[in-house]
Design a protein around this ligand. Structure first.
Ligand code: CA
Length: 228
């Protein structure tokens, strides 16, 4: 079945070129030219990925992203920001986006990121029905769910991928570059802050005390690892 990408963008010319290129790559597309319509379509149609502009009429991209994460939706979201400000980029990640691209973006890079963000990982574990546990955490790769002390934890796709990747190699330290390459599937394009912010968000969701993590550890100057 074709994957569906929802484009939420008020510049019609950008919508058209995204639509054209995504369709050529075999994706179905949905489009919204304002924020409220975008949020409604995301809720109603449950797309496989959302390309989300920041500055939109009626509701901005950050608010849409927050609202979808509050719903518990884990759909990959790539923010499209026209602004160069560092705070804007990181803010998108803080409110639960998986990634961002700054306009004007290269279409080739954007398509690579769409593909990388849509790909569901670790299907072999899913097929085996293996449960992974660590302390009060349980990860069920078959249902893509995580619980802490028996309570469901809502993780975005990338938070989940990152957790599973680290957990599958407990104790092994991964550099940010390695994580970017393996979890995000970006060999050239990634921004390392994406890794740091996703680690922080993941800690806020799974650690009892995110300031003193017990699961996802930092090795100074080297990278991150899951405690043994
Ligand atoms: Ca805009």
């Amino acid at each position: 079945m074709d994957k569906t990408v929802l484009i939420v963008e008020d510049e019609r010319a950008i919508v058209e070129i995204l639509k054209f290129n995504l369709k050529r790559e075999g994706y179905d597309t949905l489009e919204a030219l304002d924020g409220e319509t975008g949020l409604a379509l995301a809720r109603e149609k449950d797309p496989d990925l959302i390309l989300l502009d920041v500055m939109l009429p009626r509701m901005n991209g950050f608010d849409i992203c927050s609202a979808l994460r509050r719903d518990g939706r884990t759909v990959p979201i790539i923010m499209l920001t026209a602004r160069e400000e560092e705070t804007d980029k990181v803010f998108g990640l803080e409110v639960g986006a998986d990634d961002y691209m700054t306009k004007p973006f290269s279409m080739r890079e954007l398509l690579a990121r769409v593909k990388a963000n849509i790909r569901r990982r670790n299907l072999d574990y899913a097929a085996a029905g293996t449960l992974l546990t660590a302390g009060s955490l349980t990860v069920n790769p078959a249902s893509l769910t995580v619980t802490r002390n028996g309570q469901a934890v809502d993780l975005t796709q990338k938070e989940y991928d990152l957790l599973l990747y680290l957990l599958n190699a407990r104790g092994r330290v991964f550099s940010r570059e390695e994580l970017m390459s393996k979890v995000w599937n970006y060999d050239y394009y990634g921004d390392m802050r994406t890794v740091d912010v996703t680690i922080r968000r993941l800690r806020e969701k799974i650690e009892e005390d995110p300031g003193h993590p017990a699961y996802i550890m930092t090795r100074r100057g080297a990278g991150y690892y899951f405690s043994e």
